[in-house]
Design a protein around this ligand. Structure first.
Ligand code: FES
Length: 112
């Protein structure tokens, strides 16, 4: 598991980015959605943009580069230009600290 920090380190409606190489092979973004923590791969599947820098609305993050939206619970994009989902990761709060358990599998893609 990757230690993210204390819950108060991730403000409501914002995200923190875990850089690649700390414990995961790729950057991970951890979002605080109304007090619930959700984690996805940070890099947009369209081009090289950080989703942690995107705009959060409900359980969806909008990519800051070309505005594709990703569901934080499923990783699925809601429409173009992104076509592939991002991976979602398990988040646990243990003894007052937030951790991410990185899912190793590729995301499940559904036919459009
Ligand atoms: S880089 Fe994210 S939509 Fe293009």
């Amino acid at each position: 598991m990757i230690l993210v920090g204390r819950p108060e380190d991730i403000p409501l409606g914002e995200a923190v980015r875990l850089e690649a190489g700390i414990a995961a092979e790729v950057p991970i973004a951890v979002f605080n959605v109304d007090g619930e923590f959700l984690a996805i791969d940070d890099t947009c599947t369209h081009q090289d943009a950080s989703l942690a820098d995107g705009w959060l609305e409900g359980c969806t993050v909008e990519c800051p580069l070309h505005a594709a939206c990703f569901d934080l619970r499923t990783g699925m994009p809601s429409g173009p230009p992104a076509k592939k989902p991002v991976r979602t990761h398990e988040v646990l709060v243990v003894e007052g600290l937030v951790y991410v358990r990185v899912v190793e599998e590729a995301p499940v893609e559904t036919a459009a």
